[in-house]
Design a protein around this ligand. Sequence first.
Ligand SMILES: Cc1cc2nc3c(=O)[nH]c(=O)nc-3n(C[C@H](O)[C@H](O)[C@H](O)COP(=O)(O)OP(=O)(O)OC[C@H]3O[C@@H](n4cnc5c(N)ncnc54)[C@H](O)[C@@H]3O)c2cc1C
Ligand SMILES: *[C@@H]1O[C@H](CO)[C@@H](O)[C@H](O)[C@H]1NC(C)=O
Ligand SMILES: *[C@@H]1O[C@H](CO)[C@@H](O)[C@H](O)[C@H]1NC(C)=O
Ligand SMILES: *[C@@H]1O[C@H](CO)[C@@H](O)[C@H](O)[C@H]1NC(C)=O
Ligand SMILES: *[C@@H]1O[C@H](CO)[C@@H](O)[C@H](O)[C@H]1NC(C)=O
Ligand SMILES: *[C@@H]1O[C@H](CO)[C@@H](O)[C@H](O)[C@H]1NC(C)=O
Length: 518
Amino acid sequence: MEGKTSTKISRRIILTLLYLSFTCFQKCESTSDSLSSISDPSIVVIGAGASGIAAATKLVELGFHNVRVIEAENRIGGRIHTIPFRTNVVELGAQWCHGEKNNAVYEMAEKFDLFGRTLSEYNRLDTVWSNGTIVPTNVSNHLMEIFQKLIKETKSSKGYPEGSSLGSVLRKSYMDFFAEPENTHIEHELATQFFKMYSASECASIGCSNLTEVSIPGYFTYIESEGNQIIYWKERGYVTILDIMMKKYPEGGQSTNLLENRISLGKKAKEIIWDGRKNSKVLIKTEDGDDIEADHVIATMSLGVLQESHSKLFNPALPPEKARAIESWQLGTVDKMLIEFEKPFWPSNWEGYTLLWRENDELNFPKEKKWLLDVIAFHPFPPQPNVLFGWITGTSARYMETLPEEEVLEGIMFLLRKFMPWNVSDSISFKRTKWYSNPNFRGSYSFVPVKAEKAGVTAKDLSKPITQQAGGLPVLLFAGEATNDHSYSTVHGAIETGWREADRIASFYAKKNTTQPL
Ligand SMILES: Cc1cc2nc3c(=O)[nH]c(=O)nc-3n(C[C@H](O)[C@H](O)[C@H](O)COP(=O)(O)OP(=O)(O)OC[C@H]3O[C@@H](n4cnc5c(N)ncnc54)[C@H](O)[C@@H]3O)c2cc1C
Ligand SMILES: *[C@@H]1O[C@H](CO)[C@@H](O)[C@H](O)[C@H]1NC(C)=O
Ligand SMILES: *[C@@H]1O[C@H](CO)[C@@H](O)[C@H](O)[C@H]1NC(C)=O
Ligand SMILES: *[C@@H]1O[C@H](CO)[C@@H](O)[C@H](O)[C@H]1NC(C)=O
Ligand SMILES: *[C@@H]1O[C@H](CO)[C@@H](O)[C@H](O)[C@H]1NC(C)=O
Ligand SMILES: *[C@@H]1O[C@H](CO)[C@@H](O)[C@H](O)[C@H]1NC(C)=O
């Protein structure tokens, strides 16, 4: 009897072990993974952008073995997109490390001497009229300081109805300011055109089309990391931050690749079945016909992707409060245009111009080319001495994306020849980004719109995981720049959210370990 029972038990154990090692053989990247799915859960990270790489590397460092990343594009990086260009690289996505203090990018990379610094902040560029006349620096600085001061004052001013936008409150206080007798000496054209120009420039850093979309309390939830806001990568580009997280950089020494064989490129999740029909696992169906099972899924796709697809992506549908949070937030579009010349036609100490339209030029501008009025600025960039970078945001950026490349270039050359006080040579190459048109992004970076404030939704609603009723197991977790409540729209903010979700999973198991010893 006794013997029989123990044989039965050991047979069952052997079968279980065989089954587990077989499924592991099929599913795990590394066949040496432990057999216990309780202490070593399977975790799938959707998206290999900054937040996805941060989450996956942290999980591996915390000792989780069964970690896998699936990425729809054929490259890692997401909105970090460094491409080789001439003897260096260019950035089609993130370009600068915004700040030095409490900034994960700065803290990880500073020691490698990869950073460069320019003299001016991008919102401190000189301003040029559409007839090529430069606004004296003391005048543009004066106007900019007024604008900045009035923005700051919207935080504390109480005289406007709740749900008013940053744009509407600012326009009123700006107009009131210039109506005061002591300020009427400033030309009307200068004051009004400057307001439009500076609003557009502020919108490019926020991601909006118009400041009237932006929530005032939402705007002030962003906390700037102190220090230089435009630290750039001298060489190797922004993608290096991913290599640093994966321990691929610096090369040599003890460097390994924490995510070796764990990232599947060109694998797009098309359905996420999460209601635990079979035990509590989540099933991810991919466009190329794979079924991937996981105990935890960290979703990092952009807010724009979620907005477009959440109702068909998640099965069953997300809880209504989650769906509402996703729908009321906003992903802005910011695009770049990169114009290469044989050699610079601009002086070597020039840092760029912001474009200011004369009222008459603006009024007489052909209707079908109106998007060009919204091109904000052109500036050179030290790692690419022969390239000018142009910026456009919002509705006009989305429109620009639909135009043929030659038409965009033609428009850009027209602008350069109109505004630049130098002899502008023909370009030798041209590139523009299409962040909105790409279905894996649907935009550039997020901000808090008035409609989110009205719906009473906060970034916490976006980041809150979906847990299994019993035991609070976090099954669907959300990371990505938009889920950061203070550093959204940045790379360092995205990285923080990946680490946050890795820690959430780890602390769940740590808790489980202490409360239910195995
Ligand atoms: C033009 C531009 C300029 C910017 N400039 C700066 C800057 O100077 N400084 C700064 O700090 N930040 C900047 N940013 C913002 C910064 O790039 C982002 O905040 C950050 O990179 C976002 O990382 P993420 O991981 O949240 O999202 P993402 O990088 O979007 O990563 C999500 C990944 O998920 C993938 N994906 C989507 N759907 C699926 C699916 N169904 N299945 C599988 N994979 C999927 C996507 O392909 C993507 O790779 C800029 C962004 C843009 C576009
Ligand atoms: C260019 O336009 C601005 C604004 O209208 C004006 O102040 C300036 O005098 C003009 N410059 C020339 C050279 O006409
Ligand atoms: C700018 O400088 C000029 C001459 O140096 C001066 O006349 C003008 O008042 C200054 N303008 C402002 C706004 O400071
Ligand atoms: C922004 O929106 C306001 C209000 O709708 C509008 O009056 C203004 O012209 C817009 N600004 C731009 C630059 O489109
Ligand atoms: C501008 O370039 C053209 C063609 O290269 C040349 O003929 C002209 O002299 C240049 N003008 C100036 C002001 O440099
Ligand atoms: C849980 O406990 C096991 C056994 O002591 C240990 O191997 C594992 O690393 C722990 N997991 C976490 C996430 O702390």
